[in-house]
Ligand binder design. Structure first.
Ligand SMILES: NC(=O)c1ccc[n+]([C@@H]2O[C@H](COP(=O)([O-])OP(=O)(O)OC[C@H]3O[C@@H](n4cnc5c(N)ncnc54)[C@H](OP(=O)(O)O)[C@@H]3O)[C@@H](O)[C@H]2O)c1
Length: 340
């Protein structure tokens, strides 16, 4: 059977290359790779948007849980459009033509074109903004799993988190609000309260010495049973101290680069538990119905505007260094994306 095409692709694709690990701005190069025709069971994708996540920067540095074989095209997530369909996919393949899809794990999303296994694609429903779709598979998925998979939260219960203005943190706020849970949101700088409250935060607090007592004052006797930690060090310790007896502190990020410290007393007298979460492991172990359910919720919330991650800038792949430098800045108001 012949390859079926939505529109004709060029012969070369722009791509960001990673040939060695090191300082992000020094190790990426913009180049070209041939655009291959999709093989049996594959589709050819035109990349639309792909974010630069902290995990991408860690991969460039060679400091992540799993590292790709080099050379490679980095980028762990994004959204693309199906341009042509390879042989062997039947009517299902025909139906994919022109559709926007979440790029599969390992695709290397910082490129303009690439082929992917059709079975690994997640079709983006109409009505989901493409920039938002490009960021759904990692951060909002993480937020949903953090809120649903560790503590069976009752209506109105408090959840406490740090790095609350991050992509994950904002998704936690939005999903918690939509699900009827209340959030205590710790940030490391001022000026974020009005904005985070406008997306559903119940309380916004700046990190500092009085944080634990401030939180106790807000929650009264209803101490949170779930704490979400993306920072580590003193910030994580403060969250742990606010937790109820047998509460769970879930660490999913280490932005502060400081190890977790858990005093003996919190373990002995309060039975506080320290757990970890990695969304890659979740995807690996999840059943298809679990994945379908996750995407159904995320797409629904993204289409209705409940889930929205702000975007601070969109760059062409030609401006890779500029984009990476921007993504590495502190105090951003949103994510930095590549346009394919
Ligand atoms: N385990 C998983 O499966 C998983 C999945 C998704 C994300 N993550 C992790 O979650 C974290 C957040 O990711 P994201 O994409 O949501 O982040 P993001 O939108 O890029 O935002 C970064 C956040 O980190 C804060 N930050 C940066 N440096 C910091 C420091 N030294 N100390 C304290 N806070 C600092 C920033 O605060 P300012 O705004 O004040 O600069 C901002 O709130 C990252 O560590 C990421 O790797 C893990």
């Amino acid at each position: 059977m012949e390859t079926r095409e939505h529109s004709a692709p060029p012969s070369q694709s722009k791509a960001i290359h990673l040939k060695r690990f090191g300082a992000p701005l020094e190790v990426v190069e913009v180049g070209e790779i041939p655009v291959l025709a999709p093989a049996a069971g594959e589709v050819l994708l035109k990349m639309e948007f792909a974010p630069i996540n902290p995990a991408d920067l860690n991969v460039l540095e060679g400091k992540y849980g799993t590292l790709p074989a080099l050379p490679c095209v980095p980028g762990v997530e994004g959204v693309g459009r199906v341009l042509s369909v390879g042989p062997g996919l039947g009517v299902g393949g025909e139906a994919l033509l022109g559709k926007c899809v979440l790029l599969p794990n390992g695709f290397g999303s910082w490129r303009s074109y690439g082929t992917a296994n059709a079975l690994e694609l997640v079709v983006v429903p109409e009505g989901v903004p493409l920039e938002q779709a490009a960021m759904l598979r990692i951060n909002p998925a993480t937020a949903l799993c953090l809120l649903e998979n560790f503590v069976a939260l009752k209506p109105g219960e408090w959840v406490v988190q740090n790095a609350a203005n991050s992509g994950v943190g904002r998704s936690v706020i939005q999903i918690a609000r939509a699900s009827g849970w209340r959030t205590l949101n710790v940030v490391r700088r001022g000026g974020l309260e009005a904005e985070l409250r406008s997306i559903g935060a119940d309380a916004v607090l700046e990190a500092g010495e009085t944080l634990v007592s401030q939180i106790a004052e807000i929650t009264g006797r209803e101490d949170p049973r779930l704490g979400l930690n993306a920072v580590g060090g003193e910030s994580a310790l403060a969250l742990a101290k606010t937790l109820a007896e047998s509460g769970v502190l879930v660490t999913y990020g280490a932005m502060g680069l400081q190890p977790l410290r858990m005093p003996n007393g919190l373990l002995i007298f309060k039975d506080v538990a320290a757990r970890g979460f990695w969304v890659s492991r979740w995807y690996k172990n999840a059943t298809q119905p679990q994945r379908d359910r996750l995407f159904e919720k995320l797409f629904h919330w993204a289409a209705s505007g409940v889930l929205h991650t702000p975007v601070e800038a969109v760059y062409s792949l030609d401006n890779a260094q500029e984009a990476l430098a921007h993504a590495m800045r502190s105090g951003r108001s949103g994510k930095v994306l590549f346009k394919g």
